[in-house]
Design a protein around this ligand. Structure first.
Ligand code: HH2
Length: 293
């Protein structure tokens, strides 16, 4: 097996070009009472800023702020409440933490409010399927856009985890959503693709998607993965949600070997260290002389 770092080595957002030579770690900040692993921890802006500073110190490159849980059976949140949760936190993060901020939302109005508050990336887990106004909200701001693969809604997605071939099906559906963004005028270099681990996928689907990530890398955009503390890691290790950070770091390393560039995690420190070691190995291989093998 020949592992190679991905070819797409930067990502343009509305504020800068983010280098992606080294693996980028995206720290998760859920401003929700009910997210499956960190719900209720960062509801107050002071707590969110404190957690973000710890993530920065641990080596986070980007902060991803979300105001709506996408786990099955999560309590619905109104658009106004979602904005009220994320905007004050984003304003404080931009002023006090000085890392690029992404907003994890499926709603165009929330995206617009977050971008106005200083966010520069929109992470849409519906992959532009939920809100028809999302493409314009992202395109007008020139924001970075994460197009994640899922099917249906969080409450119905498990029943939609039926694939002829999960790798080709997910790559094809992601390509269709990417094309929809391009047709609407979103610049190619602002787009990142994400296979949506755990969203309408069973354990074997998640593992196959990591093993064959090259099919998504081949679409020509940087690839993000979000395995953090998810159920499939519990299925592999037998660990409860609170004890899945080593498994998360291992899944990120595997995804790095197969071409991912961005890694969305709760515990930044353990994944940062694991990816630094992976990159020390993978990036040293770039300069290898054929005669030395
Ligand atoms: N996973 C979750 C939420 N957002 N975004 C991307 N791009 N990729 C992912 O895999 C992804 C995501 C779910 O995890 P979490 O935010 O921890 O939980 P919840 O949805 O309960 O807030």
């Amino acid at each position: 097996m020949t592992a190679a770092p991905p070819a797409t080595l930067s990502w343009r957002t509305s504020r800068r070009s983010l280098p992606l030579v080294r693996a980028s770690v995206v720290g998760i900040l859920n401003i929700t009472p009910d997210s499956f692993s960190d719900g209720g921890r960062h509801l107050a802006p002071d707590d969110a800023v404190r957690a973000a500073l710890v993530m920065k110190d641990a080596g986070a490159d980007i902060l991803d702020v979300g105001g709506e849980s996408t786990r099955p059976n999560a309590a619905p949140v109104s658009e106004a409440d979602e904005i009220a949760r994320v905007v004050p936190v984003i304003e404080r993060l931009v002023a006090e933490v000085a890392l690029p901020v992404s907003v994890d939302t499926r709603r165009a109005r929330v995206a617009r409010a977050a971008l106005k508050a200083g966010a520069e990336i929109v992470n849409d887990v519906s992959g532009l399927q939920k809100d028809p106004a999302m493409v314009d909200a992202v395109g007008e701001a020139g924001a970075g856009l994460v197009i994640m693969h899922m099917r249906g809604e969080p409450d119905t997605m498990d029943a939609r985890a039926v694939y002829a071939d999960v790798v080709t099906d997910v790559a094809r559906e992601l390509a269709e959503r990417r094309d929809q963004a391009l047709v609407a005028g979103i610049a190619a270099e602002t787009i990142v693709l994400d296979p949506g681990l755990g969203f309408a996928k069973h354990t074997e689907h998640n593992l196959a998607l990591i093993r064959h990530l090259d099919a998504i890398v081949a679409l020509g955009h940087p690839v993000m993965v979000g395995p953090s503390r998810k159920r499939f890691l519990g299925a592999v290790t037998g660990k409860d949600v609170g004890a899945r950070d080593p498994a998360t770091a291992a899944a990120c390393v595997a995804a790095r070997v197969f071409g991912a560039s961005l890694f969305r995690v709760h515990d930044v420190r353990s994944t940062r260290e694991a990816l630094d070691v992976a990159d020390a190995v993978l990036l040293s291989a770039v300069g290898r002389q054929p005669s030395a093998s």
